[in-house]
Ligand binder design. Sequence first.
Ligand code: PA5
Length: 447
Amino acid sequence: MATNIIDWTDSWQDKLDIKAQTESADAISARFCEEVAEGKLPFCSMPYMAELLHDLDGLENYVQGFDHMLLLGIGGSALGARALQKAFFPAQDQPCHKGPWLWIGDNVCAKTLDSYLEKLPLEKTLVAVVSKSGGTIETISQYFLIRKRMQEKLGEKWNNNFLFVTDKENGFLREQANELSIRTLEVPDNLGGRYSILSAVGLLPAMFMKMDYRSLVEGAAEILSPLASPNLTTEALIEHPSYKLACWNAALMEKGYNELIFFSYIPQWACFGQWFAQLWAESLGKEGKGSQPIPAVGATDQHSVNQMFLDGPRNKACMFLTCDSLPDGEEIPQNIPDNFGYIKGKNFGELIHAEGLGTKMALSANSVPLIELKMAADSEESAGRLMGLLMATTIFTGWLIGINPIDQPAVELGKRLAKARLGADGLKEEKADLEAFLCNTRVEQKF
Ligand code: PA5
């Protein structure tokens, strides 16, 4: 297996108090062992994997028999699938693609849903409804609409075109699956959305797209298995790249670096930035702590947000993603004007590398502490290692800064208020708050 590298050269390790962070290693290794043993960190130990791979094998012909997969899910139930799709199934966004097609409905957007309802050939579409809780309103409301259309179109056999990925016992989707005989795959206990990419949540769409999802899992297992070992020692933890990255991040936060750029110079991996942003933000934004993740992609964002990275507030650190073995692509022809002479005969691979190097050096010269994540290959296996690394880093960072990286309590208020607005039962307090809020005199201006 080819190995990815973290380059720490420009990380400012010597200017940060990393030592204070590593001092927690004893307590953290003990806690990690305990939580793995209690089944609280299945993203790391993956006890469900053998059964899942077996189930996916059994479903392969059925799933790949459809031309379209419409994945309904939101947050952690969608972002991993999109990252994998954009990185390893780019054909769908390229001219003359002839299928299969993966569509991801992760919003409440009438225009998008209407276009799915009008244009998808429903008989050739598998609807994958992905929700750990089985009750997320954005996902379930889409399900209700598509179900109605499917019933109208396919009659009694409509349920053959649905597959649920949800909790094994609880929630509305589980009840529906039992009642209506709908196929399911399980989201294991204690595996919250943003840590679930290596469960059926990510692997089902990956299998549909005929990706090498086993290599993805192997890559992640390679990086995570030393942590999942019941014999994890403090020394092993201290040396593990995820813990080092967590200590670096916690030390940065301590010094007021409250923004973290995820700059991908593997253009097709740009959506890993969105996936990481959710993982980092929902896990760590608590009690006034954390750092705001900022996904960016090279070279596009050199002409966009990079000015702010370079010369705005000096509160940003950066994780810079590169891969030396990107395809070379076409050579620039010789017969071009002299003022572009320096790119004559150069290929596209050289261009992206030069731009990446320039940006990395410029960030460094402008006092942005930076680590480079060098991917060995643009492959599923390297991506698996990256995802395993980042999930473990997130947990350790949360523990180092003293918050719970698994829950997301603050997002509940908005959900309750929206439900109150829609007239859900109960929610007396929210309804009263809403009324008061809506009675506020608005300060408005035309534009
Ligand atoms: O990471 C998380 O836990 C959340 O973002 C969830 O993925 C999101 O809220 C969707 O939840 P569910 O899978 O229960 O529909």
